[in-house]
Design a protein around this ligand. Sequence first.
Ligand SMILES: C[S@@+](CC[C@H](N)C(=O)[O-])C[C@H]1O[C@@H](n2cnc3c(N)ncnc32)[C@H](O)[C@@H]1O
Length: 199
Amino acid sequence: MHQEKPYSQACENNKAFILEKLSLVFQTSGTILEVGTGTGQHAVHFARHLPHLTWQPSDHPDNYRLCLPWLEDARLTNILPPAPLDVSDTEWPIPDIQGAFSANTAHIMAWKEVEAMFSGLAERLGTGEAFCLYGPFNYNGTWTSESNRQFDQHLRARNAHMGIRHIEDMEAMAAHRGLTLESDFDMPANNRFLVWRKR
Ligand SMILES: C[S@@+](CC[C@H](N)C(=O)[O-])C[C@H]1O[C@@H](n2cnc3c(N)ncnc32)[C@H](O)[C@@H]1O
């Protein structure tokens, strides 16, 4: 057992609910890119329970090694080594992909980076392939809960470029890049699971 595995309680709380949705969307074999892998808890859980998929973890070059302890402990043959991927880069150091997933990244990235993530994915996904995005979003110009309002304020105080995104802005931005919002699932703790489909 690795001594110092990074740990996120939120990942432990949400991984079963996210897995349920991922298993509906990614039913056939293929390589799934995870953007902003973080601790690696999600990568291990999803790769273990979706053995027909090959999981490609990735994260910002400053952060992509964080998940190694979880990956090394799990020893799963369907997880590839994590890729150092900043979504703003023009070259993405990843293999061909048939789908993508990201959790809790849209409110951390600057809006320009969110746009870059969608542009990069739209370029690499084939027609009909999906990008699943989990996290909190605003609807009708406002927060969906008091806790999300407080979280948003906390993010903006930490860094002016962060903040919970508005679903309407996301849809317009994604549509411009050839990705259509196919499903929007309500998730526990005031989060959403969005399925974007490449036209
Ligand atoms: C709040 S963490 C979420 C981590 C994990 N997905 C989870 O749900 O616990 C946000 C992640 O986005 C990554 N990130 C931020 N900016 C990025 C960028 N420009 N390119 C790729 N990843 C980025 C961070 O390194 C971090 O791992």
